[in-house]
Ligand binder design. Structure first.
Ligand code: ADP
Ligand code: MG
Length: 689
């Protein structure tokens, strides 16, 4: 039977949407936009108010401000700039009031696309320069081809999808929006009411086809935005809570007791007394260990605040109760570091082993046998422990160091290894509470907010590049006294098409400047074996000066290194600078963190004056967003389509409260069903990777 109005669901194939032909549908599927849901959640990243283009004659009033102009191309040509050795494409457009030059760099192919006589809508930032009157560099552009039905409208601008022309894509999405009335709202009316949000159809329509671009809309605070943002946050919060509750149903079967003789033993191995913060956190952890629900706790503390010792006491508690402990670190250097410290502290009373990728087959067999029999009580290793076919007699606790995102997948692997082991994740990245909630949602949080007594302060100094030579002389003096130093260059996107020029240039400069010193280079493009080899040599004191990118950021402990020199410091987030600063001040030497920068001095002064990583993280989150705080890799975890945890953190708290309320109101089963319905509405969300 053929239906005139088939019932549409979020999963409906794009090919069944009215107005989308077969060829287009194929392109959409290829671009990962195979369903109605995918189209509806492809949001415009900008709108053009074509009702009010700017007259080219008036551009002078809009220097450095993004504007829309429209006009006809009166000349277009590619040329090579001799000075910059670049291919340049230039076009001049005119709108009757005047003309302006458009310039694109290294996009010679534009010559095939933009021709004399074309009518263009141009969106870009007019700039004035010494050699040209006014020009717009690398603007967004779009052709008007004859029909001008979009003139005088507010036009949504979408990300590029395959080779579909922008106007055609707008038509496709408009068709999807047309089918909206047939979609059921996945959020129950009662919850909508309490959150104070409008219906989903209405919200989606408004985002794709706004009637007005008023102030609230431009600040992402129109009712439509509130609805989408709250839906994303609420769905995430509800889903993580459902997952957590499902795990909690798996009660632990072990019982943990902490008797006086165990306390006595802990006191004996501890070379110092715990700080107040350490005691408080240890109590939180110990309570979790004794509880019948599995622990899932994030232990935050600034570098050197003494997280490891707290974790090791938790390990002792677990071991003395007859269970095993795994300590996981992200790199082999850190594994080695933890292994040595663990041996020092517990080696006399606990059987400790190390699991690394470089172990021989025989060593591996011994390790596997020791873990299976329960003879090995504590194993320190990389995440390879989880991958390999290693089984434990009774894994009670996993401690995970320096891993911002210990994901669902790893957690499940851990669960598969033991009787619902307790999990303690340690991080020195001071994540503000709001961000922690957004990323983990379901973690308990413990914070060590106090440094052990007697810690020496690191002197932080800000210098302009003109003073670099003086700084280097100072550094030379310190090196003569036997100190070691880090020199860090800002190559921020380690993973992307990497331009190592500034680093290798810096390396050459340092070699030349310090001919009698041992200078080495470290960066993310090196193999991990090479990196470890270099770090080991630095640790052993065989390198005086390590010229590096931010790869040295995490966890490295070289007490003799006392100078951290950071070039172009303005390029780093405050939290990142703080991590770098934490690499020095770890030993007896008076330590220095020296920032070289000619700009952004206010922020850098703030950094120099602030010692607490948490205070800096809050500032950083506001100034630069979560990507910089977590590093680009980790921030991939925060894939909300629309919501932005910095801009919208007020709504995050609201969504979280509502999720907690809904959980207790509906109970696990119904909450689970609701979470699934909501997730079904959204394309790949933060929970689905
Ligand atoms: P984190 O892992 O948080 O960076 P660590 O646990 O490695 O910090 O501790 C850093 C250093 O401080 C270690 O040398 C440790 O022995 C020492 N330490 C930890 N807690 C205390 C304390 N309460 N008093 C004195 N020294 C401490
Ligand atoms: Mg540590």
């Amino acid at each position: 039977m053929v239906q005139n109005h088939p019932v549409l669901t979020p999963d409906t194939d794009v090919s069944s949407i009215k107005g989308i032909g077969k060829a287009r549908a194929e392109t959409l599927v290829e671009a990962g936009l195979g369903t109605l849901r995918d189209l509806l959640w492809l949001f415009p990243f900008r709108y053009e108010d074509r009702r009010h283009p700017i007259r080219i004659a008036d551009l002078g009033k809009y220097v450095e401000t993004p504007v829309l102009i429209r006009g006809r191309v009166i000349s277009a040509a590619a040329r090579v700039s001799p000075r910059k050795r670049m291919r340049i494409f230039e076009a001049v457009v005119e709108d009757g009031s005047g003309g302006v030059k458009l310039v694109w760099f290294n996009q010679a192919y534009l010559a095939d696309q933009i021709k004399r006589g074309d009518r263009l809508a141009i969106f870009g930032v007019p700039k004035s320069s010494s050699y040209a009157h006014l020009q717009i560099e690398s603007p967004d552009w779009e052709k008007f081809e004859g029909d001008e039905d979009e003139e005088g409208a507010i036009v949504p601008i979408y990300p590029k999808v395959g080779n579909i022309p922008p106007k055609a894509l707008r038509k496709i999405i408009a068709s999807a929006v047309e089918s909206l009335p047939q979609l059921e709202d996945p959020m129950p009316a009662a919850i909508r009411k309490r959150l104070g949000v409008i219906g989903l159809s209405e919200a989606l329509r408004d985002i794709h086809e706004p009637a007005v671009l008023d102030d609230a809309f431009l600040r992402y605070r129109a009712p439509a935005h509130r609805r989408i943002i709250l839906q994303e946050f609420f769905t995430f919060q509800l889903a993580v809570r459902v997952r957590r509750a499902t795990e909690e149903v798996k009660k632990k079967t072990r019982t943990i007791s902490i008797e006086e003789d165990l306390r006595e033993e802990v006191r004996k191995v501890l070379p110092f007394s715990l700080t107040g913060a350490q005691k408080r956190v240890l109590r939180e952890v110990a309570d979790d260990l004794r509880d019948s629900r599995p622990m899932y706790r994030l232990l935050q503390g600034d570098v050197g605040s003494g997280k490891t010792i707290v974790a090791l006491i938790a390990a002792m508690i677990m071991i003395r109760n007859g269970h095993q402990v795994a300590l996981l670190a992200p790199t082999e250097i850190l594994v080695e570091q933890h292994f040595q410290r663990t041996l020092q502290l517990l080696g006399k009373t606990v059987v400790v082993a190390k699991a690394t990728g470089s172990a021989s087959a025989g060593e591996r067999r011994t390790l596997a046998a020791g873990l299976r029999s329960g003879y090995i009580q504590l194993v320190v290793g990389t995440h390879a422990i989880l991958e390999e076919h290693i089984s434990f007699k009774s894994l009670g606790l996993a401690i995970v160091d320096e891993q911002h995102r210990f994901g669902v997948e790893q957690r499940q692997k851990l669960f598969a290894k033991g009787d619902t082991p307790d999990i303690l994740v340690m991080t020195a990245t001071p994540i503000p509470r709001s961000l922690a909630l957004a990323i983990y949602g379901d973690l308990e949080l413990s914070v060590i907010d106090e440094l052990p007594p007697g810690r020496q302060r690191i002197r932080t100094e800000l210098r302009e590049s003109i003073a670099l030579d003086r700084v280097l002389r100072f550094m030379d003096d310190e090196l003569s006294r036997g100190a070691q130093a880090y020199v860090v260059y800002p190559i921020i996107e380690e993973s992307e098409k990497l331009n190592l020029r500034p680093l290798s240039h810096g390396f050459a400069v340092m070699q030349e400047r310090f001919p009698s010193r041992r200078v080495a280079m470290l960066h993310g493009r090196m193999s991990s074996a090479e990196k470890e080899e270099t770090m080991d040599r630095f640790k052993r004191g065989e390198i005086d000066l390590l010229v590096s990118t931010t790869v040295i950021e995490v966890g490295i402990d070289v007490p003799n290194a006392s100078i951290m020199l950071i070039l172009d410091a303005d390029r780093f987030g405050l939290s990142q600078l703080h991590q770098l600063r934490g690499r020095v001040g770890r030993g007896e030497r008076k330590s220095y963190c020296i920032l070289i920068s000619d700009t952004d001095k206010e922020r850098l002064h703030l950094f120099a004056e602030t010692e607490s990583g948490f205070d800096l993280a809050d500032v950083d989150l506001r100034l630069r967003g979560p990507g910089d705080l977590l590093g680009t890799r980790q921030s991939g975890a925060l894939r909300f389509r629309f919501a932005n945890i910095v801009r919208d953190h007020d709504l995050l708290e609201r969504a979280r409260d509502e999720a907690i309320a809904v959980m207790s109101e509906l109970g696990l089963e119904k909450a689970d069903a609701l979470a699934r319905t909501l997730l079904g509405m959204e394309p790949a969300s933060a929970l689905r990777d």
